[in-house]
Design a protein around this ligand. Structure first.
Ligand code: ATP
Ligand code: MG
Length: 334
């Protein structure tokens, strides 16, 4: 497993969480470097929320060890709580209060008082661009504004580590992108280490320095997005042709690609550097009188990586409708 050098802000060793006889987190180990954005990417029920609930001292572990800046999450709960901020998967704002009042309560809970409190509230409101909406009741906020306020709230006591559990679940793509900007901004400007969970491939790809792919309570692989994709062996080229079998044989003979096969009448080729390989393939095909009808070239996506590691697809953008339903259902249940 690829681990970076340098100071770690989070160390997790052989973490196990059982609910009765069911194992939700199954021997999970990873380290997060100071200032990193680290993602837990996995489908529903993978154990993402349970893992970060243990790290943020909300849920007790069954066995194993975890620490935040050297402070043990079991034996030094108060010290850990002072080091962290958390944005929960489910909405947890008070709709009856204004944005500023919600932040005020949270600041006081963390012992931030007086002038420092007022300054902190103004600072985080500015960070998520809600300063002009601060005195409006939260019930009048849009979904995206509420999420921004929750991120601001998680950050108000200046934590060294911020946990974001599905930060953009149920939000439209445009709002999601805006929230990504705030998260990147927080990480860069305030040097806060961020650990986030998501089942959106694109979110993990855009935000995370490293990604842990998690399924059925186990971490399957940890690496940067680039390295995870590289592990598949290269770029994916698809070619439509009148002679697929001949083209496959030709590509293999000329040793241009890592692999070549016919799939549903199309030729699928994996090549180390697709943008160099494709023109060569076209040239060889021309010489061999093989017609090329069309060609596409793409980098493998995290979806391809997830499929190759688990043999199944993770829910992605199409699932946002279902997420919204889930979110509404949860909000009603509160
Ligand atoms: N308090 C609990 N009691 C019993 N089972 C639980 C409890 N909390 C979680 N689980 C189970 O543990 C597994 C992991 O749940 P968890 O919420 O960590 O998944 P997740 O990866 O966050 O999923 P999602 O993407 O849906 O948020 C699930 O099968 C869930 O039903
Ligand atoms: Mg979850």
């Amino acid at each position: 497993m690829d681990q970076p050098d340098g100071k770690y802000s989070i160390v997790v060793e052989h973490l196990v969480k059982k609910f009765g006889s069911f194992t939700a987190v199954n021997d999970v180990s990873f380290k997060v470097k100071e200032g990193e954005i680290f993602g837990l990417l996995g489908p529903n029920g993978a154990g993402k929320t349970t893992t970060i609930s243990i790290l943020s001292t909300i849920v007790n572990l069954t066995s194993g060890k975890a620490s935040i800046y050297g402070r043990d999450v079991v034996h030094e709960k108060d010290a850990v709580r002072n080091l962290i901020g958390i944005v929960f998967q489910d909405p947890s704002l008070d709709d009856e209060l204004t944005g500023r009042e919600n932040l005020d309560i949270h600041a006081r809970l963390y012992g931030v008082k007086g002038k420092a409190k007022l300054e902190a509230i103004d600072r985080v409101l500015k960070l998520v661009e809600l300063d002009d909406k601060a005195n409006i009741q939260v019930r009048a906020y849009s979904g995206g504004m509420k999420r921004r306020l929750e991120i601001a709230r998680g950050f108000i006591h200046d934590p060294k580590v911020l946990f974001l559990d599905e930060p953009t679940i149920g939000l439209d793509p445009q709002t999601r992108r805006k929230i990504w900007d705030y998260i990147l901004h927080l990480n860069e400007r305030e040097k806060v280490t961020i650990i986030l969970t998501t089942h959106y491939m694109e979110e993990a790809d855009e935000l995370c320095d490293r990604i842990a792919i998690i399924d059925h309570g186990k971490i399957i692989k940890v690496d940067t997005s680039e390295k995870l994709k590289d592990s598949l062996g290269g770029d994916v080229i698809k070619i439509g042709t009148n002679k697929p079998k001949e083209l496959v044989a030709l590509v293999k003979k000329k040793k241009i690609a890592v692999s070549a096969m016919e799939h549903d009448g199309t030729v699928e080729i994996t090549a180390k550097d697709g943008s160099k390989a494709l023109p060569r393939i076209i040239e060889f095909a021309k010489g061999a009188k093989i017609d090329i009808e069309y060609s596409t070239l793409k980098r493998p996506t995290l979806e391809d990586v997830f499929i190759s590691l688990t043999g199944k697809e993770i829910r992605d953008e199409q699932a946002s409708g279902a997420d919204q339903m889930k979110q509404k259902w949860r909000a009603r249940g509160r």
